[in-house]
Structures are given as structure tokens and as C-alpha cells.
Write a protein that binds this ligand. Structure first.
Ligand SMILES: Nc1ncnc2c1ncn2[C@@H]1O[C@H](COP(=O)(O)OP(=O)(O)OP(=O)(O)O)[C@@H](O)[C@H]1O
Ligand SMILES: [Zn+2]
Length: 688
């Protein structure tokens, strides 16, 4: 047999490639294997994409690969194809998709070369003593499915091959139980289940449920968890178990969509509407959208679950492209919580609280029930201000205010939520010398402090990005909520979704209006989802759940739909508006965001790229079908001394938009090089 001499390799470098190499006689390299190659002055790990007849540049310039790693079986063809699809859809080099998907130990040259490598990371992992001790599985509370749940399970099990299912179940309707029943069926057929959740904080709750239900079926090593909070070794262990087919259930956040599954039978995407499925840097992918492509590729069903589906998914279900299944009732209490609007125009607030809200918290305390105070703003106060001259605490690097934080042991600091800047709190106004600086507004820290003072007998805790910075601290806090130890919980969106708190009777929402007048066309959709989710934490196990939303605009449609628990009407009306205004899901969008020293430079670059549509003959065919908006500065124009502007491109047809990008983006890249400007491309942006 002829020695296959030439291979094409995916490398994690920001260049288009292709990268071709020679395989010396002494080595064998096949598709899907990882290889060590020289690249410039460095050595890199790459993935063999294919063997080729001849390289795409002169043979004498082609270098030899240095090593082949065969400590794992080659990555499967369908995994490579999946990466190639994602790369082409999001217009990124394939190496930037495939390599970052893997644990770093498998793509670092250092883990295979040098004295300490000892046969590479997989061998080291295998040699390590198996420490997994079979603990008794956690208590399982399997439920007999109610009628709605049973119908949903039956409908999914009847599917042959690929189908997207939208499971629209109100909060607390028992979607998890449906997922678990589906998973059991798939596992008994010997297939794998991929289970995506939006947030790391939700993984322990689901991991417990999966262990309880399936540890006997698949063994302790049969469940692998993948998320960005894992230590490197844990991530490697999970990856190896998945690629070897030992892990039967893969639970993870968005990154888990790139798991090298061996025999997948079902993909589940819980809280499919959640923006956390969108990666906001590097490869800006949507794990929800990729899950649908992956299921299609593997010819298996994919279940998207939500109480408040994204309007994209809702529209697909309305026209019959997705199978819509509904859970209209709560599983335990059968009652939805009563949602009431507290009109703040009429009343004087006490530290941001309406008297009825404080009264309601007191009542729940007396009954031994928990209350959740939801406020999407962390820190102590959003800004400090001088009443005599109007000075405000502005970030020196960004066009935003710095937020006052109380740092235990460090006193007060001003912190920028955009660039990470820290500064001292001035003792007097830097402009006029006035010594009475005021705090404006309130964040979670200030609310926590006030509630503790107002209810000294209660256990008040705060869950937000600050209180959970240390590894494991979020889990501890959530455990304390579940155990009932915490009486009043103050939290940001971290606590709003997915959690099944048993003793929580009351939810209070403080600053909902902040999102009401955003320029983003998705703002009402997001607000409805967020409020419905946080409301859904109330009264899941006890009757009499109540939600109090403080607002100065109770007549707004989004609030009116919310108090009636009427997602359907809200979603359909929103879709009508989107249709008239040609917005997604009735059009498809791509965003180019440019960053420069001055916003003018960024705008100039975008204007030039915009003009290509009219000036380049090869783009003229697209003029009728592509709509380009005027470039605009971002709402927060400067972050860390960099100014930003964006250009939105739109088309009614996804394939036309994709074809256009294929022609246009290489020209954009040339202009970018000429202007020496940093920019990124985002297909299907969620925030505009
Ligand atoms: N058939 C059933 N009978 C009784 N209780 C059930 C049944 N199914 C589920 N439950 C219980 O109902 C509660 C809510 O279920 P679950 O957390 O799955 O809701 P969910 O639909 O995921 O809600 P959310 O969208 O708010 O996350 C859980 O405590 C669960 O154990
Ligand atoms: Zn800043």
C-alpha cells in the first residue's frame, strides 16, 4: 500500500489555512487523530481533517509532522463534520472551533513532550488510582407521570429519526420528569443522552437527579459533566469517558454541545430560550441552534424545553416545523402563583421597597416560608453623585458609571462592571470639594443590608456574581436555600431560573422597569421571560405562592400578559410586530462590531465595508436581498479605552445571507487589515 503522504490539519490559529503537512515514512496519521506539527517557530497540536492527494502549496515548502497521538481513538467523522459546519456557518477557521472544544491537556504540546509527560495525559489519567467510590445514590423521587407528562413522553418516543420538539411547560410543570423518562428509554436502548442546561449553577441539581435515577443503570462513571467551572483534570476525565463511549449521559452547559458523542440517541436543551446558550466571545455560537443541527446530522430527536420559549422556536412550532408539546399545569400544586403589580407611582418607597412588599415578606417569615427578592443589579449603589455640582462617579476608561461595592475587609470601592477598573471612593467631590457625596439607587448589597436590619431575626443571604466568586460557594449557598436555612434570599438572575425551591412562597421584583425602554428589539421578550422565570420560583411545593412586581408602568403589555400567565398571547402579539417590522425570526441578521481608538475610526471602517455592496461587481447580485443598516456607535461606546461601533446586516433568507457573507467577509478582512482595526462577526446576534 502506498504511504499516504499528505494531510490537511486543523490548527487553532486565527488564519484561514489550509494547513498541509507531510507524514514522514516513520509515522502513520489518519483522519481524526491529533498530531504535533511545526508552525512558524512554534509547535502546535492539530487535528487531521483529511488525507490529500497533493498539498496546496509547493511540496518543498511543506513541513513534516513531528508526532502522532494515538492515546485516544481518532475523533469520529461526524464530530469533524459538526465542527466544519459550525466553522462555515459562523465564518471562522475550523481549527478555532475544533481545538478549543477539547480539554487543554489534549491540545497542549507540553502534555506530550518533555520529561514529565509520562506517555501523555490520557495515560496519566488511566494510571491514576480510581477514586470513584460508589456512594449510595441520592434519594430518588420518581413520580408517576401525570396525563400531560405521559402524553409528552409518548409523543417523543414515537418519533423515528430527527425531529425538533418544543416542550412548552409552565414553570413547575415537571419538565425534568419528562426528560428523565425519555432519557431512561434512550439509555435502555444502549444510546447516549446529551443534556444541556444554561448555567453552571443548575448542573448540581440535575446531576443529583440523574445520579438518583440512573446510577444503577449506567454506573458511577456513566454520567459525565462538562462545564467551564471544572478543573482541567476533571474536564479531561469527562471528555475521555465520552469519547470512549463509557459516559452514557453527558450533562453540561453550552460547551457540551461539542462533546465527542459515540452513539447519541437524544439531545435535550432545557430553558432553550436562555441567552447563556450564546457564547459571546471567540466563536459566537448558539448551543441551542447547534443542538438542532447536531440532532439532524445524527438523525435523532432534540427536545427544547421552556416555560417561555424564544420567539424563534415559538414561530417554528406555530408553523409546524417543530412538534409542540404542552404542559399547561403545575405538577405539584396545580396552581400558578398569583402575580400582582405594585404601582410605585402612588407610594413612597422605604429603601426601594413598597410597604405592601415589606409586609408580605414579614408574613412569609411568620409562616416559616422563604422569600426571594430579585434585583438585577449587583453592588451597593449603581453610582455616587455630588448634589451641588452634578459630578458622577464615571469610569476613567469607559463611558459608564462606576458602581459602589462594599468589599469585606477592604471597605468601599468603586468598580467598573465593564472593564474591571477599581478605584477608591473619594472623600469629597473631585470637582467642587463638597463633602456630602450621595449614593444613587441600590444594588443587591444594599438591599441585603437593609433587609437584615429590617428583619433582624431572619437569615438573609445574597446570591450574585460577587457572593459566589469562590469555587463551590454558589453550590453551598444554593444548598442552604434548599435546606430551608435561609429565610430571605436576595439575588440577581442567577437565582431566577430552573431551581426548584421547596419552601419559597414569595417573590418580590424590585427594578423590573429598567429593561422596559431598552433600544434592543428583544428587550420585551427577555423581560417577559425573566419575570416569568423568577415568578415561577414561587409556590412550587406549597399553595399560595405570590409574586409582587414593583413598577411605575403597570399598564405595559408585558406586565399585563404576565399577571394573566399568558405567554401565548404575548408571544403571538410580539411575533405580529416582528413580522411587520421584518425582524427575526422573519429575517436573519449578522452583526459586525468594530473596535478602535476613536469611534470615528470604527465608523469609517464600517462605512467602507458597507459601501462594498454597491461598489463591488461580484456583490451586485445581492443588492436586492441584503439590507445593510447604517453603522452606529454602541450604546456604551467606550470600554477600556476602546471605542466601538457596529453594522447590522439583514436578509429575509438565511441561505442568501450565508452566501453573501462568503463573498463579502473576505473583502471586509482586507479593509480591516488596511485600517488595522479589530472587529468580530456575529451570526444571529442576540443583543443589538
Ligand atoms: N407527576 C408528578 N407528580 C408530582 N410531582 C411532580 C411530578 N412531576 C414533577 N413533579 C415535581 O414538581 C416539581 C417541579 O418540577 P420541575 O422542577 O421539573 O419543573 P420545571 O417544569 O422544570 O419548571 P421550571 O421551568 O420552573 O424549571 C418538582 O419538585 C418535581 O419533583
Ligand atoms: Zn471601565
Amino acid at each position: 500500500m502506498k504511504h499516504n503522504q499528505w494531510i490537511r490539519v486543523a490548527l487553532d490559529v486565527p488564519l484561514a489555512g489550509p494547513f498541509d503537512y507531510r507524514v514522514p515514512e516513520s509515522l502513520q496519521a489518519i483522519k481524526g487523530q491529533r498530531v504535533l506539527v511545526p508552525f512558524g517557530r512554534r509547535e502546535l497540536v492539530g487535528i487531521v481533517l483529511e488525507t490529500i492527494e497533493s498539498p496546496s502549496y509547493p511540496e518543498d515548502q511543506v513541513k513534516d509532522i513531528l508526532m502522532v497521538f494515538d492515546d485516544l481513538s481518532p475523533l469520529p467523522q461526524d464530530w469533524l463534520d459538526f465542527g466544519l459546519f459550525a466553522a462555515s456557518y459562523y465564518h471562522r477557521p475550523v481549527g478555532e472551533v475544533l481545538l478549543p472544544a477539547m480539554p487543554s491537556a489534549l491540545r497542549k504540546p507540553g502534555s506530550y513532550t518533555g520529561k514529565l509527560s509520562k506517555g501523555g495525559p490520557v495515560a496519566r489519567l488511566d494510571r491514576r488510582k480510581k477514586t470513584a467510590i460508589a456512594l449510595a445514590p441520592p434519594e430518588d423521587n420518581t413520580h408517576v407521570l401525570n396525563e400531560e407528562q405521559q402524553e409528552a413522553v409518548d409523543a417523543v418516543l414515537a418519533i423515528k429519526g430527527f425531529k425538533t420538539v418544543l416542550l412548552h411547560g409552565v414553570t413547575g410543570s415537571g419538565k425534568t420528569e419528562v426528560y428523565l423518562h425519555l432519557a431512561l428509554d434512550v439509555l435502555t436502548k444502549g444510546k447516549q443522552v446529551l443534556f444541556l442546561v444554561p448555567e453552571i449553577n443548575l448542573t448540581p441539581q440535575f446531576e443529583q437527579a440523574l445520579l438518583a435515577r440512573f446510577q444503577q443503570v449506567v454506573g458511577l462513571d456513566g454520567i459525565a459533566v462538562l462545564h467551564s467551572g471544572l478543573a482541567e483534570g476533571e474536564r479531561l476525565k469527562a471528555w475521555v469517558a465520552i469519547q470512549r463511549g463509557q459516559a452514557r449521559i453527558v450533562l453540561g452547559t453550552r460547551m457540551a454541545i461539542f462533546a465527542p458523542l459515540q452513539q447519541a440517541g437524544l439531545i435535550i436543551v432545557d430553558e432553550e430560550h436562555d441567552a447563556s446558550y450564546k457564547q459571546q466571545e471567540g466563536l459566537r455560537y448558539s448551543a441551542r441552534d447547534l443542538a438542532i443541527w447536531r440532532a439532524h446530522q445524527l438523525d435523532i430527536p432534540v427536545v427544547l424545553g421552556s416555560a417561555t420559549p424564544s420567539l424563534e422556536s415559538w414561530q417554528h412550532a406555530n408553523v409546524g416545523r417543530y412538534l409542540k408539546l404542552t404542559l399547561a399545569k403545575r405538577a405539584k400544586t396545580t396552581y400558578m402563583p398569583a402575580i400582582k403589580l405594585v404601582d410605585t407611582k402612588q407610594i413612597k418607597l422605604e429603601q426601594g421597597f413598597a410597604p405592601v412588599v415589606l409586609h408580605a415578606i414579614r408574613e412569609r417569615l411568620e409562616r416559616g416560608e422563604q422569600s426571594l427578592v430579585f434585583l438585577n443589579r449587583r453592588g451597593y449603589a449603581p453610582v455616587i453623585h455630588c448634589a451641588s455640582c452634578g459630578w458622577m462617579s464615571q469610569c476613567p476608561r469607559c463611558s459608564v458609571y462606576t458602581v459602589l461595592h462594599r468589599m469585606p475587609g477592604h471597605g468601599n470601592v468603586l468598580q467598573c462592571h465593564h472593564c474591571g477598573y477599581y478605584g477608591r471612593v473619594p472623600v469629597k467631590c473631585p470637582d467642587c470639594g463638597n463633602q456630602d457625596l450621595e449614593m444613587l439607587g441600590r444594588g443587591t448589597q444594599r438591599v441585603e443590608e437593609y433587609l437584615q436590619a429590617a428583619f433582624p431575626q431572619a437569615c438573609v443571604e445574597r446570591i450574585d456574581a460577587d457572593s459566589t466568586r469562590l469555587k463551590g460557594s454558589a453550590r453551598k449557598l444554593f444548598d442552604r436555600v434548599h435546606s430551608g436555612e435561609i429565610d430571605i434570599l436576595v439575588g440577581t438572575q442567577m437565582v431566577a431560573k430552573g431551581h426548584d425551591f421547596r419552601k419559597l412562597g414569595l417573590v418580590c421584583v424590585l427594578n423590573a422597569d429598567a429593561m422596559l425602554f431598552s433600544s434592543d428589539f428583544r428587550a420585551p421578550e427577555k423581560l417577559f421571560a425573566q419575570l416569568a422565570q423568577v415568578s415561577g420560583r414561587a409556590g412550587r411545593h406549597v399553595a399560595g405562592g405570590e409574586v409582587l412586581i414593583q413598577t411605575a408602568y403597570p399598564e405595559q403589555a408585558v406586565y399585563q400578559a404576565l399577571i394573566r400567565h399568558d405567554y401565548d398571547t404575548f408571544a403571538n402579539a410580539s411575533l405580529e410586530e416582528r413580522k411587520i417590522t421584518h425582524l427575526p425570526p422573519f429575517s436573519h441578521q449578522v452583526l459586525i462590531s468594530a473596535q478602535a481608538k476613536t469611534v470615528n475610526q470604527a465608523m469609517q471602517f464600517l462605512l467602507e465595508t458597507r459601501q462594498l455592496l454597491a461598489s463591488q461587481p461580484q456583490l451586485s447580485g445581492f443588492q436586492a436581498a441584503i439590507n445593510m443598516y447604517d453603522p452606529v456607535p454602541l450604546r456604551i461606546v467606550r470600554v477600556a479605552h476602546v471605542e466601538r461601533a457596529q453594522l447590522l446586516v439583514e436578509s429575509a433568507s438565511r441561505p442568501v445571507l450565508q452566501a453573501f457573507l462568503g463573498h463579502w467577509l473576505p473583502l471586509v478582512q482586507e479593509i480591516g487589515k488596511r485600517h488595522r482595526i479589530r472587529y468580530f462577526t456575529e451570526v444571529d446576534p442576540l443583543e443589538i
